[in-house]
Design a protein around this ligand. Structure first.
Ligand SMILES: O=C(O)Cc1cc(O)ccc1O
Ligand SMILES: [Fe+2]
Length: 435
């Protein structure tokens, strides 16, 4: 069964659409009319433009938001370096790039008192925010709501909860993100993550071009992720005149400044640089209705393109519940080697290429050119299966696919939750050759 996660009675309100220029005010009359920067903005607010692309980039790529806030953003003391915890940023060079196939169990529960940012554990990545290309992969486990406000100057954050509902309070409004939904925090936007329970999940940090919807090509004007299912929060603000620590990741390091107010004080805004939430249950899954297993690019939800046409810095791909009907077809993913690197996680259920060992909250990395595909048990089963229509129901896996080799962090390599003998899943694929 395909279900949408129920929203709570106090669910925040949203505007709909992908990449739209939204207009929203938490207090009627807070938005200036007819101009962005009047001599005196309404209600005594300060105007501020957030430019997320160069002023001069073409309209299709241009991103900016005008915010009208209680206190000016510029009024804060110096940022001071603080420890990076388990956050790492490219260039990734703690250990050598490793061609081996790697798999992890779920992260251990958070040490009590760990919030979302302290709970981030960088797995690896490539590129660097200093060159605006590449990405990092993080997992998180936290049990305590943030009191600090966080802002990432290095890239946008795609958050994929696996356990526990997140409440993400941003400068531009509030997002409610249960497992099964994803949220995107754009680069440079301040936010705080709260939750009432222990939470766990995955984060893709994208140093490159902002994630966008893929082209549909011959699919036509509909299908895959629909523009209207992306939800952007309405304006919301907190008016708190008290010390608030703002932690910023900049050039890979954490810096903190003690503000005398909450910077989540934007009363009205308009623009297209905004956070959003998307329910993966809304993804229209397309597949083969004749034969052969299609390339998983058909499951792309969002893509960050490089300047090379069709080559992604990051693709976010989802393996959602769907029917398999292919005739004379080996239905699970085939054996393959790929110039792209594939990091996979599991939000719920079972993934059709791995009979066991790939668990919710766990992850696998099949680096560039690594031989991988169905494990021996899956291969055995699918080669003998009677090919009646089959519904894959209890499943929600995803992939961060990226164009260059991923180098692990030392902590991801030595982690106790790394599985010691992942290669063994492909042993037992015996010789079946008959001349
Ligand atoms: O390796 C994987 O499990 C991901 C994957 C899935 C699929 O259906 C086809 C190719 C592919 O890399
Ligand atoms: Fe693969």
């Amino acid at each position: 069964m395909t279900t949408s996660s129920p929203e709570t009675p106090d669910s925040p309100d949203y505007l709909r659409g992908f990449g739209n220029h939204h207009v929203t005010e938490a207090i009627p009359g807070a938005l200036p009319q007819g101009r962005n920067s009047p001599q005196r903005p309404p209600l005594g607010l300060y105007a501020e433009q957030l430019s997320a692309t160069a002023f001069t980039q073409p309209r299709a790529a241009n991103r900016r938001t005008w915010a009208y806030r209680i206190r000016p953003s510029a009024a804060h003391p110096a940022f001071i370096r603080i420890p990076n915890g388990r956050l790492r940023t490219g260039p990734f060079n703690e250990i050598e790039p490793d061609p081996n196939r790697i798999r992890w169990d779920a992260m251990p529960p958070a040490t009590p008192g760990t919030d979302f940012v302290a709970g981030l554990f960088t797995v690896g990545g490539h590129g660097s925010p200093l060159t605006g290309m590449g990405m990092a992969i993080h997992t998180y486990a936290a049990d305590t709501s943030m009191t600090d406000v966080f802002v990432n100057a290095d890239g946008e954050l795609l958050i994929v909860p696996e356990q526990g509902r997140l409440r993400v309070l941003t400068e531009l409004g509030r997002l409610d993100v249960p497992p099964g939904q994803i949220c995107l925090i754009p680069r440079g936007l301040r936010f705080r993550v709260e939750h009432d329970e222990a939470v766990r999940g995955y984060v893709c940090e994208n140093y490159g071009a902002a994630l966008a919807l893929p082209e549909r090509g011959p699919i036509g004007a509909n299908g895959l992720a629909a523009e209207r299912d992306f939800r952007v929060p309405v304006a919301w603000f907190e008016d708190r005149e008290e010390p608030v620590r703002v932690v910023q990741k900049f050039g890979g390091n954490l810096w903190a400044a003690d503000y005398d107010h909450s910077p989540l004080d934007v009363v009205a805004w308009h623009g297209n640089h905004a956070p959003y939430v998307y329910d993966l249950a809304d993804f229209q899954v397309l597949g083969s209705i004749s034969f052969d297993h299609p390339d998983p690019s058909l499951f792309t939800v969002l893509t960050s393109q490089t300047p090379v046409p069709g080559l992604a810095n990051v693709d976010f791909v989802v393996f959602a519940p769907r029917w398999l009907v292919g005739e004379d077809t080996f239905r699970p993913p085939w054996f393959h080697r790929n110039v792209m690197a594939e990091y996979m996680g599991l939000i719920r259920g079972v993934y059709d290429a791995k009979a066991e060992g790939f668990v919710p909250g766990g992850a696998s990395l099949h680096n560039t050119w690594a031989s991988h595909g169905p494990d021996a048990a899956t291969h055995r089963g699918a080669s003998a299966a009677e090919l009646v229509p089959q519904k894959l129901d209890d499943t929600l896996a995803f992939m961060f696919e990226t164009n260059l080799p991923i180098t692990l962090t030392a902590q991801a390599w030595t982690a106790d939750h790394r599985q010691p003998d992942y290669d063994a899943v492909w042993s037992g694929l015996g010789r079946e050759f008959r001349a």
